[in-house]
Write a protein that binds this ligand. Structure first.
Ligand SMILES: Nc1nc2c(ncn2[C@@H]2O[C@H](COP(=O)(O)OP(=O)(O)O)[C@@H](O)[C@H]2O)c(=O)[nH]1
Ligand SMILES: [Mg+2]
Length: 369
């Protein structure tokens, strides 16, 4: 029962509409949102002018309940204001992302008004800021001041929105530099403004590419640790042949594997990082790797009397007080401590990775000016 609840988040539908005129970066934004490179399976085709002007759905690669929708911008010949809401099936979305690569238009302002009247949330997103910054750099030479330039763009983009309270998020959709501008703040505000019922699901659906998301994942996953510790203790009370564990290691190990995927620390994600960003994971000294936190080592660490070299580190660091010669019985409390420590360690590693991705590129970025 407790365990069944664990997967409830996956069945909560979240639908996010991404709207804006052709070429503003909708497809690129959708891919970034799903953590997909433009050429990945399931990614939206980038740089392709829409031939059929219709709403297109892009489900999360692992779950059909989290869907991004590519909507045509409002106020074109095919999508005039009068029929827009009905044509795009306006009511079904939880959020709207209104994208522009230049200034926002009266049509954008009109749409935001409609959204507000329906008590739904929207975000104005100004894309391609990296290009603007490059242009400003070229134009100003030494006088270039990024903060000043960003301020100018923000004022200009907000200029056409009558609603003074509307904030515009300045972003780039390029994955390697996605953290350079407001993308992290956009994710943070999106999570904050998501109703409680859907918030945990949203957090677990989002990719671990920004600090705000990584921090929030740790919180969400920490919340379910007590239930997991209880479940493993209950399951472990029934001795299995050959495995004399006081807690059921497999329950915990399954979750550990899930955390690794959530924080992009599983083997596949790490390989992808190495390929996509030409970095060597082994050089990063990630604690989860040096410690040997894997589903298998967690499982072994929970089994009484199994003290191999592989588990010693895990036990020492994650379950303090138990001693390295593991032979004791894992109590509910020590399982809880272990889960929280494990999450904390993974969070730190996930942050290390995104920092490393930004820094080398930021250097290139400057050198190319
Ligand atoms: N430099 C830069 N290029 C972008 C950005 N967003 C989109 N692009 C490029 O703009 C073009 C159109 O993007 P696309 O996502 O297909 O726009 P859509 O027509 O709105 O779906 C593509 O060549 C993208 O690579 C961005 O933030 N920065
Ligand atoms: Mg597109």
């Amino acid at each position: 029962m407790i365990i069944n609840n664990r997967d409830k988040w996956e069945s909560i539908p979240i639908r996010i509409a991404v709207t804006g005129n052709s070429g503003v970066g909708k497809s690129s934004f959708i891919n970034a949102f799903l953590g997909l490179k433009p050429n990945a399976a399931g990614a939206a085709a980038v740089g392709v002018a829409e031939t059929t002007m219709e709403v297109k759905a892009y489900p999360h690669p692992k779950n059909n309940n989290f869907v991004l929708y590519d909507l045509p911008g409002v106020g074109t010949q095919l999508f005039p204001r009068e029929s827009y809401l009905q044509k795009v099936d306006f009511k079904k979305y939880d959020f709207f992302m209104i994208l522009s690569a230049t200034r926002f238009t009266e049509n954008d302002a009109w749409l935001s008004q409609q959204i507000k009247e329906q008590q739904k949330k929207f975000f104005f997103v100004r894309t391609k800021i990296d290009i603007d910054m490059q242009n400003e750099r070229d134009d100003c030479d030494e006088a270039f001041n990024q903060d000043l330039s960003l301020h100018k763009i923000r004022e200009d983009a907000e200029g056409n929105l009558n609603d003074r309270k509307s904030k515009v998020y300045l972003i780039t959709t390029k994955l390697r530099i996605i953290n350079q501008f407001d993308y992290n703040r956009l994710m943070k505000d999106l999570m904050t403004e998501t109703p409680e019922l859907k918030k945990d699901s949203l957090v677990l659906f989002l990719p671990s590419l920004t600090e705000a998301v990584i921090l929030e994942k740790e919180k969400v996953l920490s919340k379910r640790a007590p239930a997991l510790a209880i479940a493993s203790a209950i399951a472990g009370a029934i001795p299995l042949p050959g495995v004399s564990a006081a807690v059921d290691g497999t329950i915990i190990a399954t979750d550990a594997k899930f955390y690794m995927e959530q924080f992009n620390l599983d083997e596949k994600s790490l390989k992808d990082f190495e390929m996509n960003y030409s970095l060597k994971i082994s050089k990063l000294n990630l604690a989860t790797r040096t410690l040997g936190i894997t589903a298998a080592s967690i499982c072994q660490a929970c089994a009484v009397g199994v003290a191999s070299e592989a588990t010693e580190n895990v036990v020492k660091v994650l379950i303090p007080g138990l001693g390295s010669a593991i032979a004791g019985v894992l109590s509910y409390g020590s399982v809880l401590v272990m889960l929280w420590k494990m999450l904390n360690t993974m969070k730190e590693d996930a942050l290390t990775i995104i920092l490393i991705i930004i820094i080398p590129y930021a250097l290139d970025f400057d050198l190319n000016k």
